[in-house]
Ligand binder design. Structure first.
Ligand SMILES: [Fe+2]
Ligand SMILES: [Fe+2]
Length: 167
C-alpha cells in the first residue's frame, strides 16, 4: 500500500477508536461506569493511535515533511503531545471531567486528522522517489514492530469486539 493511502486508512481506524470513546462517554453520562471498557479502549488507542500511527508519523513521515513545512509539522507534533496529555487526563479523572476531556480529545484529533489529510496530500505531489521509499520502508518497519503478525486485522477485530461490548 502506498504511504498516503496507508495514512488515510490509519485515520479511519483512529476515527473508529474515537467513536468507541464517544459511545463510552454517552453511557458514562447515563450512569454506566464500565471502567474495564474504558481500559480496553485506552489500550487500543495506545497500541494503535500512539505507538503505531503516531510512531510512523513521528519517526518516518514528519522528518521528511518537515523539509516542506517545518511550521506545520511542529504544530502537528504539538497536537500529538496535547492528545497524549488528554488521554492521561481521561484515565485519571472522575466522571464529569472524563466526559469533558473525551470531548476535547475528540475535537482535537478530528481537526488534526482533517489538517493532516490535506497536508499529506499536498506534500505527496512534491516528494521524490527516494523520499517515498524511505517513508514506506519506515512504515513497514514500524508496523512490524508495533502491530506484530496479525497487523491491521487484529486492530480491526479489537475495534469491532469493543463496539459489540458497548451495545
Ligand atoms: Fe498526527
Ligand atoms: Fe495522523
Amino acid at each position: 500500500m502506498g504511504w498516503l493511502k496507508e495514512m488515510y486508512e490509519d485515520h479511519g481506524f483512529v476515527l473508529s477508536i474515537l467513536d468507541l470513546l464517544d459511545i463510552y462517554s454517552k453511557r458514562l453520562n447515563e450512569g454506566k461506569a464500565e471502567p474495564e471498557k474504558l481500559t480496553m479502549i485506552l489500550e487500543l488507542s495506545h497500541d494503535f493511535t500512539e505507538r503505531c500511527h503516531h510512531g510512523k508519523e513521528e519517526r518516518a513521515l514528519f522528518p521528511i515533511l518537515t523539509k516542506r513545512s517545518k511550521q506545520t509539522v511542529d504544530g502537528l507534533l504539538l497536537e500529538h503531545e496535547k492528545g497524549k496529555a488528554l488521554i492521561k487526563g481521561i484515565s485519571d479523572s472522575g466522571k464529569e471531567k472524563k466526559i469533558r476531556l473525551i470531548s476535547e480529545y475528540q475535537a482535537l484529533i478530528k481537526a488534526h486528522i482533517e489538517q493532516e489529510n490535506l497536508f499529506f496530500k499536498e506534500c505527496g505531489r512534491k516528494l521524490d522517489r527516494s523520499e517515498i521509499e524511505s517513508i514506506e520502508s519506515g512504515f513497514d518497519r514500524i508496523n512490524a514492530e508495533t502491530l506484530g503478525k496479525a497487523g491491521r486485522k487484529e486492530i480491526a477485530g479489537r475495534i469491532s469486539r469493543i463496539k459489540e461490548s458497548l451495545k
